[in-house]
Design a protein around this ligand. Sequence first.
Ligand code: ADP
Ligand code: ASP
Ligand code: MG
Length: 404
Amino acid sequence: MVVQKYGGTSVADPDRIRAVAEHIVRTHRQGNQVIVVVSAMGKTTDDLVRLANDVSQDPHGRELDMLLTAGERISMALLCMAIMDHGVHAVSFTGSQAGIVTDTVHGKAKILEVKGDRIRETLTAGAVAVVAGFQGISTTRDITTLGRGGSDTTAVALAATLGAEVCEIYTDVSGVFTADPRVVPEARKLARVSFNEMLEMAATGGKVLALRSVEFARNYNVPVHVRSSFTWEPGTWVVEEDPTMEEAIISGVTHDTSEAKITITQVADRPGVAAALFRALADESVNVDMIVQNVSTAGHTDISFTVPRDDLHRGLTVMEKVAAEIEASGVSYDAGVARVTLVGAGMKTNPGVAAKMFEVLSNEGVNIEMISTSSIRISCVVQESDVETAVRALHSAFELEKAS
Ligand code: ADP
Ligand code: ASP
Ligand code: MG
């Protein structure tokens, strides 16, 4: 049993849909049970988001999800038609029909359960099951979406619950690279990446896989094969760490321009203040990422943190309210920041990576505004206008174009 997920560019037009259908039929004829997960064609989801923003200043979550899920409905039906032209039966399912049950948070729902009965029946009957990516039905029976890029999550969740041997993610690049190949042309394709490294890459902007999909893959140990639907060549395997293999110090450099920075100035430095601020944000489902609190002077301090730009408006509204309550002097923001990150499992045992990273950025005249680390990652927040320079300089300084 194999799950194959096709992203938007892979099914962008009728020619692409026919090419993908042929590959699915080939896989089916080789004796595999094939479950396909499909994204909306090309930039359909972006177009639908724009349409929503054209008719409303603040599109209602339930209705926005209803709208966005229409994109995947189109591609799944077209793909089935193209498959059936080859004499192989194919049946499409919405997320709801596939039994993908989520929580009730519109726009970023989490999968709670995958029933999958109809998919199993379809496979048993010898047909191909095509499932709309990025969507489900909530516990209160409303249609939900899983967040941008969520088709990857649908695919891995199906692979995990139905017991597929592999989840193949077909996209417009031939695998996971040492950096976004659009920014660093010399970037090198990795043959293999561990779940933990991929998790850090996905969390810091390496959008080739959605973060939640990597969490699922790691938790259920589903091997993920990221590869091209244009060349069909072997791609990158995302798999469990192999302790017998020498780990690269740095596997990749990622960047992310989707966040903004909020600063609360002159906050009283006493217990409970941070709790009040971040509880209020959590209650509004605003995801907070990096947090920096300055040293306090005269009993006051500044607290800065990053949030997704899409949540900036909501975050600011909440913060202004809380800032008044806790008598902070003000709230400011910067929507022009970006994050650059080095990821590598070998960092654990190799000191000096952070020092070298900061030197490289300093040589390029790039100012670091915030820093955060994990055992296998170092991230710096910089100005967005500097981020591509930073990525290229780091990629070259750490010689990532060379095989380790
Ligand atoms: P899909 O529509 O198939 O889901 P995405 O646009 O979500 O495709 O993801 C593929 C894109 O991810 C590539 O076109 C590439 O620009 C980008 N990307 C960012 N970082 C990386 C990386 N480290 N390796 C490969 N691709 C990356
Ligand atoms: N179509 C959705 C998006 O553009 C989901 C996906 O492609 O994974 O975000
Ligand atoms: Mg994607």
